[in-house]
Design a protein around this ligand. Structure first.
Ligand SMILES: [Fe+2]
Ligand SMILES: [Fe+2]
Length: 260
């Protein structure tokens, strides 16, 4: 069975990481292990998705490493695509307190001091992932509401006279941008979490992308009837999203059940 979630583990390859990999349930998580922060930075730059980042900061930043742990954590937490990825930090009990407080804790969602209870470690992983799924669902719902707001704005303009074509086109361009960004957001998550109906759902998005392109290029006129039609198609897609939300809700419930 394919694991639905993924973890980026930044830690030296050794007994510690082997133990972690044994504890983390392989049926739920795929683990990518990178042995230093520079490799992790390159991994994230190549835009690969991950649900959780675990960093063992015990590793001294050896000479030649271009990116320190605090650098990479700071970059992750300020990057638009990665800022919401939860981070679990592992540190030695005797790690300098002021270093932890000033450089690490501001970027850590959770911190575990060694030696820690493996069950607590597992519990944190499940909880952080479940919280992240919850945030994704909230973002989806917010984006759907936003789509409704943008549609209402343009429909309102189109139902009034006189109509300023420049303003209408500007509003339409913004609406098209919001729809395209939303589809990409949804598809990235569906693909990364092996949503079984991903290809079909993407196909439906593509039909709408074609409609948007025709409107943008002027092949279809932007008027009350064409935007009303687009509105009903987009909201048809939002209705189909309910099946997808149900799927990720189930994944989240499984994680929550494991963390008790
Ligand atoms: Fe969708
Ligand atoms: Fe959607």
């Amino acid at each position: 069975m394919q694991a639905h979630f993924s973890i980026l583990l930044i830690e030296h390859i050794g007994i510690d990481s082997l133990v972690k990999k044994t504890i983390i349930s392989p049926e739920s998580y795929t683990i990518t292990q990178l042995s230093d922060s520079t490799k992790a930075w390159n991994f994230l730059l190549s835009n690969q998705y991950t649900d959780l980042i675990i960093v063992n900061i015990n590793l001294p930043n050896k000479k030649g490493f271009q990116v320190s742990f605090e650098d990479i954590l700071g970059k992750i937490k300020t990057h638009p695509n990665w800022k919401d990825i939860p981070t679990l930090i592992i540190a030695h009990q005797d790690t300098d307190k002021s270093y932890l407080e000033n450089k690490i804790i501001p970027y850590a969602n959770r911190i575990l001091l060694e030696p820690y209870n493996p069950l607590r470690f597992l519990d944190e992983i499940h909880q952080l992932t479940a919280d992240s799924v919850e945030r994704h669902i909230n973002s989806l719902n917010t984006q759907h509401t936003q789509l409704g707001v943008q549609f209402n704005k343009i429909l309102d303009l189109l139902s009034k006279a006189p109509q300023d074509q420049t303003i209408i086109r500007a509003k339409f361009h913004y609406l098209a941008h919001v729809i395209n960004e939303h589809f990409l957001f949804e598809e990235t998550y569906m693909d990364a979490h092996h949503y079984p109906d991903y290809q079909q759902h993407r196909g439906e998005h593509n039909i709408l992308r074609d409609e948007l392109a025709k409107l943008t290029e002027g092949k279809t006129p932007i008027n009350l009837s064409s935007i009303k039609k687009l509105f009903s198609q987009v909201f048809g897609d939002i209705n189909n999203d309910a099946v997808y939300i149900e799927f990720i809700e189930k994944l989240k419930d499984n994680l929550t059940a494991r963390s008790r």
